[in-house]
Design a protein around this ligand. Structure first.
Ligand code: C5P
Length: 230
């Protein structure tokens, strides 16, 4: 079965650029992540077009709202035919269980994962919110809460993978951004890990953006990464 580990972050501003990119690569090489910027500009029609051309789509909208709203949004995403979607674990257990109900409204449900603590947040940021639990414990606690609510896994930074994999066992999905092949620029990512290292540490899927999307030959960039992990 074709199960590419690479999810390309389609961080483009509009439909045209996203579709142009999708024609340079293949669904055998990668899956595609559609986030808030692109979805807000291009809408569900783009997601349908990508799915129609054979791609698995990770809809990265990080739902965080009252349970009823999140259930309905998750059901709508599932009806759209996405392969994976996510919610904020900080929305709470009832919200995550509702999201799970939502995705189950279709016969072939998408994977449902949670964001724990945004990697843009520091320990000081958590404290400023009144959260006294140290950051690593907070990530672990929210991860277990997500799994207890029937979610399939979490988004986590590549640096969090070894500890989380040890704590959650083999079946949970760990989807990790902050990945850089050794030939690529770090850009604004602070703590990067190579694709080989992230998979060796126990990552399930790698979210990779600019090293592929900004490469003059994206298919070649994907071939190099795939070769390095196979
Ligand atoms: O271009 P780059 O590989 O840095 O893109 C990484 C993608 O993963 C972006 O879409 C970014 O928003 C997302 N992401 C991240 N770090 C997180 C969560 C998501 O870089 N902690």
């Amino acid at each position: 079965m074709n199960d590419p580990r690479i999810i390309v972050a389609l961080d483009f501003p509009d439909t045209q650029q996203a579709l142009e990119f999708s024609q340079k690569t293949t669904p055998q090489q990668c899956r595609l992540k559609v986030g808030k910027e692109l979805f807000t500009s291009a809408g569900p029609a783009l997601v349908e077009a990508l799915i129609d051309s054979g791609y698995d789509v990770f809809l990265d909208l990080k739902y965080h709202d009252i349970p009823n709203t999140v259930e309905r949004a998750a059901a709508a995403a599932a009806r759209l035919g996405v392969w994976m979607l996510n919610v904020h674990a900080l929305g709470g257990a009832a919200m995550m269980r509702a999201a799970r109900e939502g995705v189950e409204s279709v016969a072939q449900r998408p994977f449902l994962i949670a964001v724990t603590v945004l990697t843009s947040m520091s320990a000081d940021d958590l404290q400023a919110l009144g959260i006294e639990t140290p950051l690593p414990q907070m990530v672990e606690r929210l991860t277990h809460s997500a799994l207890d609510c029937g979610l399939d896994g979490v988004v986590c930074s590549a640096r969090e993978v070894p500890a989380l994999r040890a704590s959650v066992g083999q079946s949970a999905l760990l989807v990790t951004p902050g990945i850089r092949p050794d030939w690529a620029a770090a850009n604004d990512q602070q703590r990067i890990v190579t694709p080989q290292q992230a998979l060796a540490d126990g990552a399930s899927y790698l979210v990779i953006g600019r090293p592929v999307t900004q490469h003059p030959d994206p298919a070649e960039a994907l071939r190099r990464i795939t070769q390095s992990i196979s």
